[in-house]
Design a protein around this ligand. Sequence first.
Ligand SMILES: [Zn+2]
Ligand SMILES: [Zn+2]
Length: 336
Amino acid sequence: MNAAVLETYGAPLQQRKVPVPQPGPGQILIKLKACGVCHSDVHIWKGYVRPPSDPSPFIPGHEGVGTVVAIGPHVTGWNIGAGAGVPWLHDTCRHCDECNDGMESFCQNQRAHGLNVPGAFAEYVVADAAYAVPLPDHLDPVALAPIMCAGVTAYGAVKRSALRAGETCAIFGCGGLGLYAVQIAARLGAHVIAIDRDAAKLELARSYGAATTLLADGMFAETLSTEPYRSHVCINFAPTVATWAPMIAAIRPRGRIVAAALVSDPVPVSQEWLTATGVVITGTSVGTRKEMQEVVDLHAAKPLENDIVAITLGGVSGALHDLNQGKAAGRFVITY
Ligand SMILES: [Zn+2]
Ligand SMILES: [Zn+2]
């Protein structure tokens, strides 16, 4: 099969012919139709995130959509020809508190496609039958692929925020994830405020259901502290600590702040402010299998939109490069 293989961190992925993998016990083989390119793939490509041992071959990709073409021993619930998604979570430990509570996305012994095991920048991929995503086959695979990571991460963040209809929800960062979150929060009946440095993204956010948009210029924290902008929920998809002061300005007493972007620097939060406001601060990481099913159902009922740029497998290194430079014109999706 054709695959894009990571041989040297930061160097272009190599287009290689590699053997089609075979499903072992509890696994299924999926022939891919599409795979999204995620910002996490850039972190992996650059070597900022490294597995304890490299998968062989090291094929990135964790937003795959395809069809089951072979089934390993001891698999139930899957048929040849069924639509299947290849998400970030290849599997988890299955016995920690998080796994037992149905919150397996927080399992500390998880393995990811395209990081710990071969991923979906290839014509075929092996997935764990218990973690692959059952998909209706009438949906457009290109629109569906980014749901496997970006969509479920946005959905999981909104769920973590316990957002209710009628509440105000400020969404910081309107890239692929933020734009999904705008739609999910708006469909819940929330008043959505979309915030970004890029006016074109705010335009999209408005067309996707944001009631209010705010350009993140020098004064926007001050604006957010005024009444029409005070929010019950703030969700941060912008990979910077610079959003914390504006989030703290915007959040109402007893509000919920959800950190969805990966930021390793410490964030400026006063414990005195926390005691006085009762604000809840939490984090989120992709989503659970239950949340995945819910967001796929939401997408099936009415497609969640995003600005998608279709590419070929040969174009994936260019896409990673553009994402790394912040020059991506939209969400890249490989079609096979
Ligand atoms: Zn991802
Ligand atoms: Zn676990």
